[in-house]
Design a protein around this ligand. Structure first.
Ligand code: TYM
Length: 332
């Protein structure tokens, strides 16, 4: 058995980065028998969320996932807060993970920024909750974007230390699945920064619900350099913005950097940006339409999520009860 698990935070409208680095790969993996997809609202509140906005974003994220092709009937789609096992196991992992390990997490440093003293304790122990998400299901394959690699290494450290401390082979190693030609989509304004839902500049990202005019404007304004596109991938070296746009094109077209450059190499960015805009609009328009259709039926959405949570809990509860027994809790 090789179960697949992944999660996404409902902290805003998902971006093209979320889509190419994660969601699209999740959809392709659904031909495997056993996938679990989670909207991680416990993770979202590590930074304050207005409650009504969080509710709206959570429904919207579930609707977007289904619009992209996530199938809640064949697989499981649910909200993290609806399955208590996540928080229960995360507490135990808080007691396994070492401060030294957490201190090395680059995402905490980026997100906490200069005002570290004012970051929530939840933001600091966030990777332990992520480890719990995966291990509450004995999942072993985790499709993510490249930015989550370090968190998955930490999850493996937690699994190993748990097994070692309690003298039991309980948790298996986790394999990160970092797939496709765009595992790290960069900001449209700065090719060295990740495209992110939480970037203050909306011009830095494509949101999955952006309309055609907005997409055209953002791509037209995307930062580039003065050289024409190279004809081979080696020519993208040291040109992060060019590499980013070519990677986005390749991922949406289902091909690779080399094929895109064979077609567009030697051209200036003007015509390439026009083709790229057409491609993004073509791929995102049906997703936006289907998302709106699903959001029009909030009752149906909520019931799909409740059903997913019941199926998820049926897997996670016995596993976490067993962990509690292993650590010595009397009533487990
Ligand atoms: P989150 O919500 O930040 O992002 C969800 C997924 O999208 C990927 N991603 C990107 N990929 C490529 N380029 C980008 N610019 C980009 N931005 C985001 C992320 O790598 C991720 O795969 N901690 C996780 C959610 C999580 C999780 C888990 C994931 C919670 N528990 C268990 C896997 C397993 C997060 O905040 O993702």
């Amino acid at each position: 058995m090789s179960r697949i698990f992944s999660g996404i935070q409902p902290s805003g409208i998902p971006t093209l980065g979320n889509y190419l680095g994660a969601i699209r790969n999740w959809v392709a993996l659904q031909q495997e028998p056993d996938c679990i997809w989670c909207v991680v609202d416990l993770h979202a509140i590590t930074a304050f969320q207005d409650p009504s906005v969080l509710r709206q974003n959570t429904r919207e994220m579930a609707a977007v996932l289904m619009a992209c092709g996530i199938d809640p009937d064949r697989h499981i789609l649910f909200l993290q807060s609806a399955v208590r096992a996540h928080a229960q196991l995360a507490w135990i992992f808080n007691c396994i993970a070492r401060l030294g390990w957490l201190n090395r997490m680059t995402q905490f440093k980026d997100k906490a920024g200069k005002d570290r003293e004012n970051a929530s304790a939840g933001l600091y122990v966030y990777p332990n909750l992520m480890a719990a998400d995966i291990m509450a299901y004995h999942a072993t394959r985790v499709p993510v974007g490249d930015d989550q690699r370090q968190h998955l290494e930490l999850a493996n450290d937690i699994a190993q230390k748990f097994n070692h401390d309690y003298g039991i082979e309980f948790f298996k190693p986790i394999e990160p699945l970092i797939l496709g030609p765009a595992p790290r989509v960069m900001s449209l304004r700065d090719g060295t920064k990740k495209m992110s839902k939480s970037d203050p500049s909306d011009q830095s990202r494509i949101n999955l619900n952006d309309d055609a005019d907005t997409i055209a404007l953002k791509i037209r304004r995307a930062k580039t350099d003065p050289e024409p596109l190279p004809s081979e991938p080696a020519g993208l070296e040291g040109r992060p913005e060019a590499r980013n746009l070519v990677g986005i094109y390749a991922a949406l077209e289902g091909t690779d950097h080399a094929a895109v450059l064979r077609e567009h190499g030697g051209k200036g960015f003007g015509p390439f940006k026009e083709s790229l805009t057409d491609l993004i609009v073509d791929r995102l328009a049906p997703i936006a339409a289907e998302t709106a259709r699903r959001l029009a039926d909030p009752g149906g959405l909520d019931s799909t999520l409740r059903n997913g949570a019941a199926r998820a809990a049926a897997i996670a509860d016995p596993i976490v009860t067993e962990v509690e027994r292993v650590v010595g809790f009397l009533q487990s």
